[in-house]
Write a protein that binds this ligand. Structure first.
Ligand code: OSB
Ligand code: MG
Length: 368
Protein backbone atom coordinates (compact mmCIF):
# COMPACT_ATOMS: atom_id res chain seq x y z
CA UNK A 1 0.00 0.00 0.00
CA UNK A 2 0.93 3.61 -0.42
CA UNK A 3 -0.66 6.36 1.69
CA UNK A 4 -1.74 9.17 -0.61
CA UNK A 5 -3.69 11.40 1.76
CA UNK A 6 -3.85 11.81 5.53
CA UNK A 7 -6.36 13.96 7.38
CA UNK A 8 -5.64 14.91 10.98
CA UNK A 9 -8.61 16.18 13.00
CA UNK A 10 -8.39 17.64 16.49
CA UNK A 11 -11.62 16.75 18.23
CA UNK A 12 -13.02 17.45 21.68
CA UNK A 13 -15.55 15.13 23.28
CA UNK A 14 -17.56 15.92 26.40
CA UNK A 15 -17.09 13.23 29.06
CA UNK A 16 -19.97 12.01 31.20
CA UNK A 17 -17.80 12.34 34.29
CA UNK A 18 -14.36 13.87 34.85
CA UNK A 19 -11.54 11.34 35.35
CA UNK A 20 -9.10 12.08 38.21
CA UNK A 21 -5.72 10.45 38.85
CA UNK A 22 -2.96 11.37 41.31
CA UNK A 23 -1.78 13.93 38.73
CA UNK A 24 -4.84 15.69 37.50
CA UNK A 25 -8.34 15.65 36.11
CA UNK A 26 -9.63 15.25 32.57
CA UNK A 27 -13.06 16.75 32.08
CA UNK A 28 -13.36 16.68 28.30
CA UNK A 29 -11.21 14.47 26.12
CA UNK A 30 -9.29 16.09 23.31
CA UNK A 31 -7.68 13.76 20.79
CA UNK A 32 -6.56 13.48 17.20
CA UNK A 33 -8.44 11.36 14.71
CA UNK A 34 -6.20 10.13 11.90
CA UNK A 35 -7.80 9.25 8.57
CA UNK A 36 -5.37 7.70 6.10
CA UNK A 37 -6.19 6.84 2.51
CA UNK A 38 -4.22 4.46 0.31
CA UNK A 39 -3.80 4.58 -3.46
CA UNK A 40 -6.79 2.27 -4.02
CA UNK A 41 -9.08 4.47 -1.90
CA UNK A 42 -9.18 2.26 1.23
CA UNK A 43 -9.49 4.37 4.36
CA UNK A 44 -7.88 3.44 7.66
CA UNK A 45 -8.48 5.08 11.02
CA UNK A 46 -6.16 5.83 13.90
CA UNK A 47 -6.42 7.76 17.16
CA UNK A 48 -3.73 9.79 18.93
CA UNK A 49 -4.41 9.22 22.61
CA UNK A 50 -2.07 11.78 24.23
CA UNK A 51 -3.71 14.15 26.69
CA UNK A 52 -3.40 17.94 26.46
CA UNK A 53 -0.90 18.03 29.36
CA UNK A 54 2.18 15.78 29.78
CA UNK A 55 1.39 14.15 33.15
CA UNK A 56 0.94 10.54 32.05
CA UNK A 57 3.85 10.52 29.62
CA UNK A 58 5.84 13.39 28.14
CA UNK A 59 3.65 13.53 25.03
CA UNK A 60 0.78 15.94 24.53
CA UNK A 61 -1.82 16.38 21.85
CA UNK A 62 0.27 19.22 20.38
CA UNK A 63 3.53 17.24 20.38
CA UNK A 64 1.81 14.33 18.63
CA UNK A 65 0.50 16.65 15.94
CA UNK A 66 3.94 18.27 15.57
CA UNK A 67 5.59 14.85 15.20
CA UNK A 68 2.99 13.73 12.70
CA UNK A 69 3.17 16.87 10.59
CA UNK A 70 6.92 17.46 10.59
CA UNK A 71 8.31 13.93 10.70
CA UNK A 72 6.01 10.91 10.61
CA UNK A 73 3.63 11.83 7.82
CA UNK A 74 6.46 12.97 5.48
CA UNK A 75 8.29 9.68 6.20
CA UNK A 76 5.25 7.54 5.47
CA UNK A 77 3.33 9.37 2.75
CA UNK A 78 3.83 8.00 -0.80
CA UNK A 79 6.10 5.21 0.43
CA UNK A 80 5.44 1.59 -0.49
CA UNK A 81 4.44 -0.48 2.54
CA UNK A 82 3.97 -4.22 2.26
CA UNK A 83 3.13 -4.90 5.87
CA UNK A 84 2.29 -2.66 8.87
CA UNK A 85 5.29 -4.06 10.76
CA UNK A 86 7.43 -1.94 8.42
CA UNK A 87 6.01 1.27 9.90
CA UNK A 88 7.65 0.90 13.30
CA UNK A 89 10.94 0.01 11.61
CA UNK A 90 10.62 3.13 9.44
CA UNK A 91 9.95 5.29 12.52
CA UNK A 92 12.79 3.76 14.57
CA UNK A 93 15.21 6.67 13.95
CA UNK A 94 12.72 9.00 15.66
CA UNK A 95 13.19 8.78 19.41
CA UNK A 96 10.19 7.93 21.60
CA UNK A 97 7.05 9.93 20.70
CA UNK A 98 5.23 6.63 20.94
CA UNK A 99 1.67 7.95 20.87
CA UNK A 100 2.33 9.95 17.71
CA UNK A 101 3.83 6.88 16.00
CA UNK A 102 1.02 4.61 17.17
CA UNK A 103 -1.70 6.90 15.88
CA UNK A 104 -0.76 6.61 12.24
CA UNK A 105 0.54 3.03 12.49
CA UNK A 106 -2.95 2.09 13.72
CA UNK A 107 -4.47 3.52 10.53
CA UNK A 108 -2.01 1.49 8.44
CA UNK A 109 -3.01 -1.69 10.32
CA UNK A 110 -6.67 -0.90 9.61
CA UNK A 111 -5.94 -0.49 5.88
CA UNK A 112 -3.89 -3.70 5.84
CA UNK A 113 -6.69 -5.65 7.52
CA UNK A 114 -9.17 -4.37 4.92
CA UNK A 115 -6.82 -5.12 2.02
CA UNK A 116 -6.35 -8.68 3.23
CA UNK A 117 -10.06 -8.99 4.02
CA UNK A 118 -9.59 -9.74 7.70
CA UNK A 119 -10.77 -8.24 10.92
CA UNK A 120 -8.07 -6.22 12.66
CA UNK A 121 -8.03 -8.88 15.41
CA UNK A 122 -7.37 -11.61 12.82
CA UNK A 123 -4.71 -9.53 11.09
CA UNK A 124 -2.93 -9.25 14.44
CA UNK A 125 -3.27 -12.99 15.08
CA UNK A 126 -6.02 -12.78 17.70
CA UNK A 127 -8.56 -15.58 17.79
CA UNK A 128 -10.75 -14.69 20.78
CA UNK A 129 -14.38 -14.04 19.90
CA UNK A 130 -15.06 -12.07 23.03
CA UNK A 131 -12.90 -10.31 25.56
CA UNK A 132 -13.33 -9.92 29.31
CA UNK A 133 -13.41 -6.35 30.46
CA UNK A 134 -12.94 -4.44 33.67
CA UNK A 135 -13.35 -0.81 34.50
CA UNK A 136 -11.03 1.85 35.92
CA UNK A 137 -12.48 4.30 38.40
CA UNK A 138 -10.83 7.67 38.97
CA UNK A 139 -10.23 9.22 42.38
CA UNK A 140 -13.59 10.18 43.93
CA UNK A 141 -14.34 13.01 46.38
CA UNK A 142 -15.50 10.58 49.11
CA UNK A 143 -15.32 6.85 49.86
CA UNK A 144 -19.14 6.73 49.86
CA UNK A 145 -19.23 8.04 46.30
CA UNK A 146 -16.59 5.51 45.31
CA UNK A 147 -18.54 2.62 46.84
CA UNK A 148 -21.73 3.74 45.07
CA UNK A 149 -19.92 3.81 41.73
CA UNK A 150 -18.34 0.41 42.31
CA UNK A 151 -21.75 -1.07 43.06
CA UNK A 152 -23.04 0.21 39.71
CA UNK A 153 -20.07 -1.23 37.85
CA UNK A 154 -20.45 -4.62 39.53
CA UNK A 155 -24.15 -4.64 38.65
CA UNK A 156 -23.23 -3.77 35.09
CA UNK A 157 -21.18 -7.00 34.99
CA UNK A 158 -17.61 -5.68 34.74
CA UNK A 159 -15.17 -8.51 35.48
CA UNK A 160 -12.87 -6.52 37.71
CA UNK A 161 -12.56 -3.05 39.10
CA UNK A 162 -9.50 -0.86 39.31
CA UNK A 163 -9.31 2.09 41.68
CA UNK A 164 -6.76 4.85 41.78
CA UNK A 165 -4.75 5.32 44.95
CA UNK A 166 -2.31 7.96 46.18
CA UNK A 167 -0.54 8.63 49.48
CA UNK A 168 -3.20 9.31 52.10
CA UNK A 169 -5.90 7.60 50.05
CA UNK A 170 -4.76 4.00 50.03
CA UNK A 171 -4.95 1.43 52.83
CA UNK A 172 -8.16 2.72 54.43
CA UNK A 173 -9.75 3.20 51.05
CA UNK A 174 -8.94 -0.36 50.00
CA UNK A 175 -10.09 -1.66 53.40
CA UNK A 176 -13.46 0.08 52.94
CA UNK A 177 -13.86 -1.44 49.48
CA UNK A 178 -12.93 -4.91 50.69
CA UNK A 179 -15.33 -4.68 53.61
CA UNK A 180 -18.16 -3.69 51.27
CA UNK A 181 -17.22 -6.15 48.50
CA UNK A 182 -15.27 -9.09 49.99
CA UNK A 183 -15.11 -11.12 46.75
CA UNK A 184 -14.72 -8.34 44.16
CA UNK A 185 -11.82 -8.87 41.74
CA UNK A 186 -10.03 -5.67 42.69
CA UNK A 187 -6.78 -3.92 41.81
CA UNK A 188 -5.25 -0.53 42.48
CA UNK A 189 -3.30 1.90 40.27
CA UNK A 190 -0.97 4.48 41.83
CA UNK A 191 0.26 6.18 38.63
CA UNK A 192 3.72 6.30 40.24
CA UNK A 193 2.64 8.30 43.30
CA UNK A 194 4.92 6.41 45.75
CA UNK A 195 8.61 5.85 46.44
CA UNK A 196 10.41 3.05 48.28
CA UNK A 197 10.16 5.23 51.39
CA UNK A 198 6.47 4.25 51.39
CA UNK A 199 7.22 0.54 51.49
CA UNK A 200 5.43 -0.05 54.81
CA UNK A 201 2.20 1.37 53.38
CA UNK A 202 2.52 -0.63 50.18
CA UNK A 203 3.16 -3.84 52.16
CA UNK A 204 -0.12 -3.33 54.01
CA UNK A 205 -1.92 -3.63 50.67
CA UNK A 206 -0.91 -7.30 50.65
CA UNK A 207 -3.69 -7.97 53.18
CA UNK A 208 -6.53 -7.26 50.76
CA UNK A 209 -6.25 -9.97 48.15
CA UNK A 210 -5.66 -7.50 45.31
CA UNK A 211 -5.15 -8.87 41.80
CA UNK A 212 -2.21 -6.49 41.39
CA UNK A 213 -0.78 -3.08 42.26
CA UNK A 214 -0.25 -1.00 39.12
CA UNK A 215 2.74 1.33 38.72
CA UNK A 216 3.39 2.19 42.37
CA UNK A 217 6.83 3.78 41.81
CA UNK A 218 8.58 6.12 39.41
CA UNK A 219 8.02 5.81 35.71
CA UNK A 220 11.70 5.25 34.92
CA UNK A 221 12.61 3.06 37.89
CA UNK A 222 12.42 -0.64 37.21
CA UNK A 223 15.21 -1.22 39.77
CA UNK A 224 13.12 0.07 42.66
CA UNK A 225 10.11 -1.82 41.35
CA UNK A 226 12.20 -5.01 41.47
CA UNK A 227 13.16 -4.26 45.10
CA UNK A 228 9.55 -3.62 45.96
CA UNK A 229 8.30 -6.75 44.18
CA UNK A 230 10.65 -8.88 46.32
CA UNK A 231 8.93 -7.49 49.43
CA UNK A 232 5.35 -7.87 48.20
CA UNK A 233 3.11 -10.91 47.75
CA UNK A 234 0.79 -9.02 45.40
CA UNK A 235 2.05 -8.87 41.81
CA UNK A 236 3.20 -5.48 40.57
CA UNK A 237 1.81 -4.50 37.17
CA UNK A 238 3.86 -2.01 35.19
CA UNK A 239 2.13 0.60 33.06
CA UNK A 240 4.09 3.85 32.51
CA UNK A 241 7.47 2.08 32.86
CA UNK A 242 6.97 -0.07 29.77
CA UNK A 243 7.29 1.91 26.55
CA UNK A 244 8.89 -0.76 24.34
CA UNK A 245 9.74 -4.43 23.91
CA UNK A 246 13.16 -3.75 25.43
CA UNK A 247 11.65 -2.08 28.50
CA UNK A 248 9.50 -5.19 28.97
CA UNK A 249 12.49 -7.50 28.48
CA UNK A 250 14.52 -5.65 31.10
CA UNK A 251 11.67 -5.45 33.61
CA UNK A 252 11.03 -9.18 33.28
CA UNK A 253 14.72 -9.98 33.65
CA UNK A 254 15.00 -7.82 36.79
CA UNK A 255 11.81 -9.19 38.32
CA UNK A 256 10.25 -5.73 38.44
CA UNK A 257 6.71 -6.97 37.86
CA UNK A 258 4.50 -10.03 37.56
CA UNK A 259 2.06 -8.50 35.09
CA UNK A 260 2.24 -5.93 32.30
CA UNK A 261 -0.42 -3.48 31.15
CA UNK A 262 -0.05 -2.90 27.40
CA UNK A 263 -1.29 0.36 25.90
CA UNK A 264 -0.90 0.67 22.16
CA UNK A 265 -0.12 4.40 22.33
CA UNK A 266 2.39 4.09 25.16
CA UNK A 267 4.45 1.46 23.32
CA UNK A 268 4.39 3.06 19.88
CA UNK A 269 1.84 0.95 18.06
CA UNK A 270 0.21 -2.40 17.45
CA UNK A 271 3.36 -4.09 16.12
CA UNK A 272 5.28 -3.26 19.31
CA UNK A 273 2.27 -4.16 21.46
CA UNK A 274 2.14 -7.58 19.81
CA UNK A 275 5.89 -8.10 20.32
CA UNK A 276 5.52 -7.31 24.02
CA UNK A 277 2.53 -9.65 24.21
CA UNK A 278 4.57 -12.46 22.65
CA UNK A 279 7.57 -11.83 24.92
CA UNK A 280 5.36 -11.88 28.01
CA UNK A 281 3.68 -15.07 26.84
CA UNK A 282 7.08 -16.78 26.60
CA UNK A 283 7.92 -15.65 30.12
CA UNK A 284 4.50 -16.54 31.60
CA UNK A 285 3.78 -12.89 32.38
CA UNK A 286 0.06 -12.24 31.91
CA UNK A 287 -0.89 -9.02 30.12
CA UNK A 288 -4.00 -6.88 29.83
CA UNK A 289 -4.94 -3.91 27.71
CA UNK A 290 -4.80 -0.53 29.42
CA UNK A 291 -6.89 2.46 28.46
CA UNK A 292 -6.40 6.15 27.63
CA UNK A 293 -10.05 7.17 27.81
CA UNK A 294 -10.18 6.39 24.11
CA UNK A 295 -12.87 7.38 21.70
CA UNK A 296 -14.30 4.65 19.49
CA UNK A 297 -11.38 4.26 17.10
CA UNK A 298 -8.78 3.73 19.80
CA UNK A 299 -11.25 1.51 21.65
CA UNK A 300 -11.71 -0.65 18.52
CA UNK A 301 -7.94 -1.05 18.25
CA UNK A 302 -7.78 -2.08 21.92
CA UNK A 303 -10.48 -4.70 21.41
CA UNK A 304 -8.68 -6.19 18.40
CA UNK A 305 -5.38 -6.35 20.32
CA UNK A 306 -7.04 -7.95 23.34
CA UNK A 307 -8.15 -10.84 21.11
CA UNK A 308 -4.56 -12.15 21.35
CA UNK A 309 -4.21 -15.20 23.61
CA UNK A 310 -2.00 -13.86 26.42
CA UNK A 311 -4.42 -11.04 27.25
CA UNK A 312 -5.65 -13.28 30.05
CA UNK A 313 -6.69 -10.58 32.51
CA UNK A 314 -9.65 -8.22 32.05
CA UNK A 315 -8.51 -4.86 30.66
CA UNK A 316 -9.65 -1.25 31.07
CA UNK A 317 -11.54 -1.17 27.76
CA UNK A 318 -14.98 -0.35 29.16
CA UNK A 319 -18.01 0.28 26.95
CA UNK A 320 -18.47 3.56 25.02
CA UNK A 321 -21.33 4.67 27.27
CA UNK A 322 -19.08 4.52 30.34
CA UNK A 323 -17.26 7.58 29.00
CA UNK A 324 -19.34 9.26 26.32
CA UNK A 325 -22.80 10.64 25.74
CA UNK A 326 -22.11 9.83 22.12
CA UNK A 327 -19.15 7.93 20.65
CA UNK A 328 -17.71 8.53 17.18
CA UNK A 329 -18.32 4.96 15.94
CA UNK A 330 -21.40 2.96 14.98
CA UNK A 331 -22.32 0.68 16.61
CA UNK A 332 -20.89 1.86 19.91
CA UNK A 333 -18.84 -0.56 22.01
CA UNK A 334 -21.18 -2.40 24.34
CA UNK A 335 -20.43 -4.64 27.32
CA UNK A 336 -22.63 -7.62 28.11
CA UNK A 337 -22.06 -9.63 31.28
CA UNK A 338 -18.54 -8.23 31.37
CA UNK A 339 -17.68 -9.17 27.79
CA UNK A 340 -17.21 -7.23 24.57
CA UNK A 341 -17.75 -9.18 21.35
CA UNK A 342 -14.73 -8.93 19.04
CA UNK A 343 -16.00 -7.66 15.67
CA UNK A 344 -15.56 -10.19 12.87
CA UNK A 345 -16.03 -7.85 9.90
CA UNK A 346 -13.02 -6.46 8.01
CA UNK A 347 -10.86 -3.71 9.47
CA UNK A 348 -11.62 -2.21 12.89
CA UNK A 349 -15.15 -3.61 12.64
CA UNK A 350 -16.96 -0.37 13.48
CA UNK A 351 -18.00 2.48 11.18
CA UNK A 352 -16.62 5.90 11.98
CA UNK A 353 -19.49 8.33 12.22
CA UNK A 354 -18.28 11.27 10.15
CA UNK A 355 -21.13 13.53 11.15
CA UNK A 356 -20.27 13.09 14.85
CA UNK A 357 -16.56 13.53 14.20
CA UNK A 358 -17.25 16.77 12.33
CA UNK A 359 -19.44 18.10 15.13
CA UNK A 360 -16.61 17.47 17.61
CA UNK A 361 -13.85 18.86 15.35
CA UNK A 362 -11.92 21.92 16.53
CA UNK A 363 -9.48 22.02 13.63
CA UNK A 364 -8.24 19.79 10.84
CA UNK A 365 -5.52 19.60 8.23
CA UNK A 366 -5.06 17.54 5.08
CA UNK A 367 -1.63 16.15 4.13
CA UNK A 368 -0.75 14.73 0.71
O1 OSB B 1 -2.98 4.75 34.41
O2 OSB B 1 -4.18 3.42 33.32
C1 OSB B 1 -3.91 4.57 33.65
C2 OSB B 1 -6.57 6.97 32.35
C3 OSB B 1 -5.78 8.01 31.94
C4 OSB B 1 -4.42 7.92 32.10
C5 OSB B 1 -3.84 6.80 32.69
C6 OSB B 1 -4.64 5.75 33.11
C7 OSB B 1 -6.03 5.86 32.95
C8 OSB B 1 -6.96 4.85 33.40
C9 OSB B 1 -8.30 4.77 32.72
O3 OSB B 1 -6.76 4.12 34.34
C10 OSB B 1 -8.32 3.83 31.58
C11 OSB B 1 -9.57 3.95 30.75
O4 OSB B 1 -10.67 3.78 31.27
O5 OSB B 1 -9.43 4.21 29.54
MG1 MG C 1 -2.15 2.87 34.91
Amino acid sequence: MKLTEIVVRHIKMPMKAPFTTSFGTIADKELLVIEAKDQSGIIGWGEAVAFTAPWYTEETLKTTWHMLEDFLIPMLCQRDINHPDEVSALFAPIRRNCMAKASIEGAVWDIYAQQTKQSLAQALGGAKRQIEVGVSVGIQPTIEQLLTLLKQHIQHGYKRVKVKIKPGQDVELVRAIRTAFPKLPLMVDANSAYTLADIEVLKQLDDFDLLMIEQPLAVDDIVDHAKLQRQLQTPICLDESITSYDDARRAIELGSCGIINIKIGRVGGLTEAKRIHDLCQTHHIPVWCGGMLEAGIGRAHNIALTALANFTLPGDTAGSSHYWYEDIITPEVTVENGYIAVPQSVGIGYTVNRETVERFTISQKVYQ
